[in-house]
Design a protein around this ligand. Structure first.
Ligand code: BG6
Length: 478
């Protein structure tokens, strides 16, 4: 196998069994996932621990360019030159039930309902007894983090939208400029990155090839990389200077939901940690924001419990061929994510816009009956923001749009301009994406189901799950 692996080019995971030794399986990996499951009298190979979690929670994380040979009772790891190599052993912190549908209609449905726990678990254990924020797996010198003068978030898809939310929070709390860049754009241009740049790679799977390449490129330029990752044992955390794990549990559905909320939560923690370290905020200010964050799982649960009205609205719109989404400030990435979910699941035209951009062209798309979701910011939030969005709703209504409004409980100012209102509990503006996106996830899933779109099976079929086929598919697409 080592001879073959040395001659292969490109990204691969390769497994081989010799007909004369059927109890021995040899595997090799280069830039592609391969994890070993360690059982009693049995061992396993899979691209993700979900493949063997019903048999064992003990796993070995293989390094880059390693070859593993397993029999029922032994595991040997060497590098591509045949030299014995170390692989890191770890215990998976979720069980088989977490990777099953558990009575829900689809994995996506289950994962939407998992969100209060995913956010709560991501917040757990992040403060010391004195209340000071501590982040595990953060192996970068504090002096280096104090000297950072720019942050670049690199990610793809939904994960990139969590980066957009992070930008608003981190810039506000830490006063460090934050750029958000799609990993596939970052890696193919000539980004300005140096030792004072902190690159934050956000990824559920930890295997998205474009994000991995962006991480490598950033480190080659001298930047430090912190990754926000959900999947233990994956490649990106191994290649980062530090890792902040989200604790969303396995995300099986192709369309990301609970990983998104956990990524946003982890990004808030990172922002608060930097603010603490760099002295941008007093300890009591940080403690107050953490307290607000700890309230969020309960509020997310409230939004989920109000889901039937969203589902009924989606059913009534099963013939819609286009839906638009508008938001300002942190509502803008929420609008982008709402549109992405709908495209990905219901296969219909959907676009998200910054509400202020409406008059610069997109308003031409609005005519009689065009459904438009509008994410309305809290009336108690940043001055002027709420009233600006209310005037945007008036503009589109004047052109005949059907307005579907996501607004905070008690915001009576929206009532006259909304055809439908999806209420969410009060929250600080910067934290509100954790609530505002939930009705949009439920809407996309329900509309896809109502249309009988094949995409609903994308959210249900394990054969299309992230664990089995998703990472390789994305690598191919990269
Ligand atoms: C896309 C998924 O293929 O990959 C998105 O549909 C996801 O949901 C994106 O956000 C990035 O994946 P990851 O694993 O890097 O977060």
């Amino acid at each position: 196998m080592t001879d073959v692996a040395q001659r292969l080019e490109g990204t691969f995971t390769l497994l081989a069994v010799h007909a004369d030794a059927p109890d021995t399986v040899v595997g090799a990996r280069h830039d592609s996932p391969l994890v070993v499951g360690l059982g009693e009298g049995e061992n396993f190979l899979g691209s993700d621990v979900a493949a063997f979690i019903s048999h064992t929670k003990e796993a070995l994380e293989l390094g880059q360019d390693q070859v593993v040979t397993i029999t029922p009772t032994s595991v040997e790891v060497v590098d591509f030159d045949g030299v014995p190599a170390e692989a890191k052993r770890y215990t998976v912190d979720w069980d088989a039930a977490a990777a099953e549908k558990g009575g829900f209609s689809s994995f996506m449905d289950k994962e939407i309902h998992d969100q209060p726990h995913a956010v709560g678990d991501t917040l757990l254990g992040r403060t010391d007894p004195s209340g000071k924020l501590v982040l595990d797996d953060l192996r970068i010198d504090e002096a280096v983090l104090r000297s950072v003068d720019k942050i670049i978030v690199v990610a793809c898809g939904t994960a990139a939208y969590s980066g957009h939310v992070a930008k608003y929070a981190i810039e506000h709390w830490c006063r460090i400029p934050v750029e958000v860049e799609l990993a596939h754009e970052f890696r193919y241009r000539d980004p300005i990155v140096d030792e004072k740049t902190l690159v934050v790679a956000v990824t559920q799977s930890g295997e998205t090839m474009d994000t991995l390449m962006a991480v490598r490129h950033a480190r080659e330029q001298g930047a430090k990389v912190i990754s926000i990752v959900n999947t233990h044992g994956s490649t990106i955390p191994r290649e980062s200077d530090a890792v902040l794990y989200t604790h969303a549990g396995p995300e099986i559905a192709v369309a990301s939901t609970k990983a998104f909320l956990s990524q946003i939560t982890a990004a808030y923690l990172l922002g608060l940690y930097l603010a603490q370290l760099r002295g941008n905020k007093f300890p009591d200010e940080i403690a107050a924001i953490l307290e607000d964050l700890r309230e969020m799982p309960r509020k997310i649960q409230t939004v989920i419990e109000r889901g039937e009205y969203v589902r009924a609205t989606a059913r009534s719109m099963k013939d819609a061929s286009s839906v638009l989404f508008l938001g300002r400030h942190v509502g803008f990435p929420v609008a982008l994510e709402g549109a992405l979910k709908l495209k990905e699941l219901a296969y219909i035209h959907a676009e998200g816009f910054a509400a202020g951009e409406l008059k610069h062209g997109p308003i031409a798309l609005i005519d009689e009956g065009q459904p438009v979701f509008v994410i309305v910011p809290s009336p108690r939030g940043r001055e002027g923001l709420h009233s600006k969005v209310i005037s945007n709703i008036q503009e589109i209504r004047a052109r005949g749009a059907r307005t579907l409004v996501i607004a905070e409980d008690g915001d009576d100012a929206v009532r006259p301009f909304a055809d439908e209102i999806f209420w969410i509990p009060e929250s600080p503006t910067l934290l509100s994406p954790l609530l505002a996106v939930v009705p949009l996830q439920i809407f996309a899933m329900s509309l896809a189901t109502a249309k009988g779109s094949t995409s609903t099976s994308r959210a249900t079929s394990p054969s299309r799950s992230r664990s089995s086929s998703r990472a390789p598919r994305r690598e191919g697409a990269a």
